[in-house]
Design a protein around this ligand. Structure first.
Ligand SMILES: *Cc1c(COP(=O)(O)O)cnc(C)c1O
Length: 417
């Protein structure tokens, strides 16, 4: 049977991981064999991100999306400075969610007016930094608008602002919903007109709206529906705006397949849905930037987490590969970052992909907790101490989304190859 047919008849398998070529049964990352890369890095565990994969992902988006759609990168997904530096040359803007991320973004040379700062609970010092930097502040509440105004008065600078709106609809089938109903994010849509009327009398430079409905969505139809609803809501709210809408950020939420049975997002279908929306916006507003902000879709598939087998252990007939990496470095792969039922990420023995023999093993880390699991009863090539376990789809929400201080082991290194 062909690979495609096999995929069809085995819906509970992981989507094929073909982003890194295999030569002599070893993964190649950026053209370097995994064992050699491990020597170059100097120690395990580490994260490796591939430049060419990130660049080709952005190129694919550019070729599919309607011309004129602005692509932003949400640094939260992977704020490694070298990754941010690379993306600064590829995308049109950055979205940050803390003063720390703002510093990383500004350090790349990205123009301040192409950086937006969202997130609830921005502290007074963060707001002052943002106003001083000249980035676009996404207001998460009317209270925050007052604090931004105070920061602007103090510095004698007119803050650039957009209103983050909490719409009445949800992003269906999103792995993580972030809008609709009671939320800590954004201003409830019904309260936005009054806030905009007040803003007209204040010293704030209004840019537009930000809507972010949710993350990790693999359904093109659900994304199209949400994007359409966001544009319609943006057009409605614009009637109350103190000045023309210059930016309409409709979020993203593009997902990547992590778990068995998941299939890649149909990007072409998402792009087809966007074309009429771009036309609609052009007919209503001539100078408005339509922004998509993507995090994991740009970087997740370009990244691997690599750790080394320390010991093969047999317990009640089950083989455990005990490694030097685990949940303290990669919380998401351990199943403890928002999963309800634990499922395995795609995992392989990176220096012997097919192997001479196969066996079903459980891959664990060195922490004294049963939560420290990287793969639960998966079929992998038979591995020995010294072999390298890789976790695919690890370029986003890896290191910075993990409790690295837990149990006091060293933090992993990161390389961009
Ligand atoms: C987390 C977040 C993103 C990025 O989400 P991904 O799922 O990584 O694409 C984008 N925008 C906002 C406002 C976010 O909070």
């Amino acid at each position: 049977m062909t690979a495609a047919l096999l995929d069809q008849f085995a819906p509970a398998r992981h989507a094929p991981q073909r982003q890194f070529p295999v030569q002599e049964d070893s993964l190649q990352i950026g053209g370097v064999a995994l064992s050699r890369l491990a020597e170059r890095v100097g120690r395990t565990p580490f994260y490796a991100y591939e430049r060419s994969h990130i660049a080709s992902r952005v190129a694919l988006l550019r070729s599919e999306l309607p011309a004129g759609v602005h692509l932003h990168y949400a640094l939260k997904a992977n704020p490694m400075p070298a990754v941010a530096q690379l993306l600064a040359t590829l995308v049109d803007g950055f979205d940050v969610a803390s003063a720390g991320e703002m510093k990383t973004a500004l350090d790349t040379g990205m123009a301040p007016h192409s950086i937006s700062f969202a997130g609830p609970g921005k502290r007074a010092s963060e707001l002052r930094s943002a106003v001083a930097a000249g980035v676009l502040i996404h207001l998460e509440s009317e209270e925050e608008m007052n604090r931004v105004l105070a920061a602007g008065d103090l510095l004698g600078i007119t803050p650039r602002v957009a209103v983050r709106v909490n719409p009445d609809f949800e992003l269906k089938q999103a792995g993580m919903k972030m809008a609709g109903g009671a939320r800590q994010f954004g201003v409830d849509a019904e309260k936005v007109p009054a806030m905009l009327r007040r803003m007209a009398r204040l010293g704030l430079d209004f840019y537009g709206f930000h809507l972010f409905c949710g993350a990790q969505n693999l359904s093109a139809a659900a994304i199209c529906e949400a994007q359409h609803a966001c544009v319609v809501l943006g057009l409605e709210l614009a009637e109350h705006a103190p000045s023309p809408v210059r930016v309409l950020n409709i979020g993203g939420g593009f997902g990547v397949p992590y778990f068995p049975g998941e299939r890649p997002l149909d990007l072409h279908a998402v792009a087809q849905g966007l074309h009429p929306l771009v036309e609609l916006l052009r007919s209503e507003w001539t100078d408005t930037r339509l922004v998509l902000e993507l995090g994991r879709y740009l970087v997740a598939e370009a990244g691997l987490y690599v750790c080394r087998v320390i010991e093969r252990k047999l317990s009640h007939g089950q083989v455990f590969l005990v490694t030097d990496g685990g949940m303290h470095h990669h919380l998401a792969a351990s199943g403890n970052f928002g999963q309800v039922l634990r499922k395995n990420y795609p995992v392989a023995i990176g220096n012997r992909i097919a192997g001479d023999a196969r066996e079903t093993v459980t891959v664990v880390g060195p922490l004294c907790t049963p939560l420290d699991l990287l793969a639960d009863r998966m079929e992998l090539a038979r591995a020995e101490p010294g072999d390298l376990v890789v976790v695919f789809q690890s370029g986003a929400y890896g290191l910075t989304a993990s409790p690295t201080a837990f149990l006091g082991h060293p933090a992993p290194l990161e390389v961009l190859v």
